[in-house]
Design a protein around this ligand. Structure first.
Ligand SMILES: Cc1cc2nc3c(=O)[nH]c(=O)nc-3n(C[C@H](O)[C@H](O)[C@H](O)COP(=O)(O)OP(=O)(O)OC[C@H]3O[C@@H](n4cnc5c(N)ncnc54)[C@H](O)[C@@H]3O)c2cc1C
Ligand SMILES: Cc1cc2nc3c(=O)[nH]c(=O)nc-3n(C[C@H](O)[C@H](O)[C@H](O)COP(=O)(O)O)c2cc1C
Length: 450
């Protein structure tokens, strides 16, 4: 063989060897890529699949918080997820979904919380075909209520009758039971340090005043509380304070915060409950009787996103409430006064003008200074027939519609039984179901009712 031929052969062999090496590297990378894709598909279901839905139905935010913890944990594992309120879910998204996790609470007589009011009306009201859907359900409830986890059970029944298949048995949580919650988090992730709520701190009772002496109703007290050194006053109007009880640690009690951080203290409006056997309500008795000014109580602040002003801060507000429901409305009115936003209409209901004018001077001052453009105090027992805020709303129907047409948002705070349902019915009669649906969907109808 001649030298040039040998050189050409050697060069050819080198090219071949290089090509073989490239092919091997390409094959290895291809295998690795395929394995990665298979792993991702195993988590996501399939590359073409829609994301796993984490759907929540919440009133005071517990179901929402758990849904986000679960969603974040799944996302961190590489699963494409979409976390959303049931009220934001449309039929097309649900029908296309292949996997969904539901985290839902129950209110009233086993009813859906406000965060699922549109879902129950628009979707659960009719038969659906969801044969592709695999789902799991976390039910938040409280066995003290007759219809324990009533909404979750109804939702589970509806999903199964629509052809959806449960991936695991429904997990029911009585009163935030840590064991049941751990079961859910073990299945779907989340929990651990992230699930731990803010700690209770010893807040000092600095003042307490009876606001309704001589009332036919239970005594109502205004309370001022200050945090221990190092704990900042930090919340927004609409948020809640939770009180922990040494003898009932699993069930902290919620109270609407009636003040703002610039007030320098956290203020509550608490009605003292008296049971038929003469004993006082555990939390309300502690706050209004057992504690003396200077004593401390275990308290933490809880964000109540459903009842904050948020995007409604620039809108006119119709604020409707009764009894201690004035607490949450007062928080908002203080925020409005501070912001110089005076398009506010307060409708407040109690029993007798002579004894039940909670925060009378403050409300009169707001009316005088124009912070309140309209004020309706409705006293149910000052005349022969009972008159409630919902009746006043109906009498002022044209003005309600005019405010809504100007973009007003509606905030309702106080009794779930009687008041909240009556107000809802009155608003529907005045504005129509379609308008109420729009208000709910756009976050312009918010309730803190109990
Ligand atoms: C979002 C939210 C906001 C709230 N905001 C406020 C607020 O701003 N102001 C306010 O005052 N309240 C508010 N509440 C209510 C508050 O959380 C408590 O439910 C209320 O103070 C009663 O709690 P308690 O511990 O005093 O009563 P508990 O001792 O828990 O008693 C409550 C009920 O349990 C039953 N019960 C318990 N023991 C007995 C017994 N021995 N005999 C017979 N029946 C019994 C009765 O039905 C009684 O009415 C709010 C609740 C929620 C959910
Ligand atoms: C006014 C009120 C009514 C309630 N009604 C029920 C009920 O009928 N059945 C039930 O199991 N739990 C009921 N609960 C308990 C809630 O479902 C439970 O506290 C849940 O954790 C709240 O979650 P959320 O903050 O996401 O709404 C009720 C709670 C309140 C404050």
């Amino acid at each position: 063989m001649t030298e040039p031929l040998l050189r050409a052969l050697a060069a050819g062999l080198m090219v071949l060897a290089y090509a073989a090496m490239c092919l091997a590297i390409w094959r290895r990378e291809r295998r690795r890529h395929d394995a990665d894709a298979r792993a991702a598909a195993a988590l996501a279901g399939d590359g073409a699949q829609p994301p796993l839905l984490v759907l929540f139905a919440s009133q005071t935010g517990q179901a929402e918080t758990i849904a986000w913890q679960t969603g974040r944990a799944l996302h961190a594992q590489g699963t494409p997820v979409r976390v959303m309120s049931l009220n934001d879910l449309d039929a097309t998204t649900l029908r296309a979904a292949q996997r969904a996790l539901f985290v839902v609470s129950t209110y009233g007589e086993g009813d859906a919380p406000d965060g699922a009011s549109l879902f129950t009306e628009n979707l659960m009201g009719a038969a659906e075909a969801l044969p592709m859907l695999r789902y799991a359900l976390l039910a938040l409830g409280d066995r003290q209520y007759t219809h324990f986890c009533g909404f979750a059970r109804a939702l589970d029944g509806w999903l199964q009758s629509s052809g959806a298949v449960p991936l695991a048995p429904r997990v029911e949580v009585d009163n935030g039971d840590p064991g049941a919650l751990a079961e859910w988090h073990a299945q779907w992730g989340g929990g651990g340090a992230e699930a731990e709520s803010a700690a209770f701190e010893p807040w000092q009772l600095v003042s307490r005043a009876l606001l309704n002496p001589g009332s036919e109703g239970g005594p109502v007290f205004h309370l001022g509380l200050r945090p221990p050194a190092g704990v900042a006053l930090h919340w927004q109007s609409g948020d809640l304070a939770q009180i922990a009880l040494a003898d009932d640690p699993g069930r902290p009690r919620d109270y609407s915060i009636a003040s703002l951080p610039p007030d320098g203290e956290l203020q509550l409006l608490v009605r003292q409950e008296c049971h038929p056997d003469g004993t006082l309500g555990r939390a309300s008795g502690l706050l209004t009787s057992t504690l003396a000014p200077g004593d401390s109580v275990a308290l933490r602040v809880r964000a109540h996103r459903n009842f904050r002003l948020d995007a409604n801060a620039g809108r006119p507000l119709i604020l409707i409430g009764n009894g201690t429901g004035l607490a949450g409305l007062r928080g908002h009115l203080r925020a409005r006064a501070l912001a110089g936003q005076h398009e506010n209409w307060l409708l407040f209901g109690e029993r007798h003008a002579a004894h039940d004018q909670l925060y009378r001077d403050e409300i009169d001052a707001w009316q005088a200074s124009g912070v309140l453009q309209r004020l309706d105090r409705v006293f149910s027992r000052d005349q022969a027939e009972r008159l409630y805020v919902q009746h006043r709303l109906l009498q002022a129907g044209d003005e309600v519609n005019a405010w809504l047409a100007r973009g007003a948002a509606v905030y309702v705070c106080g009794s779930l039984q009687g008041m909240a349902g009556g107000v809802d019915a009155a608003l529907r009669q005045i504005a129509g179901d379609a308008v109420l649906r729009d208000l709910t969907a756009s976050g312009r109808y918010r309730r803190d009712v109990y």
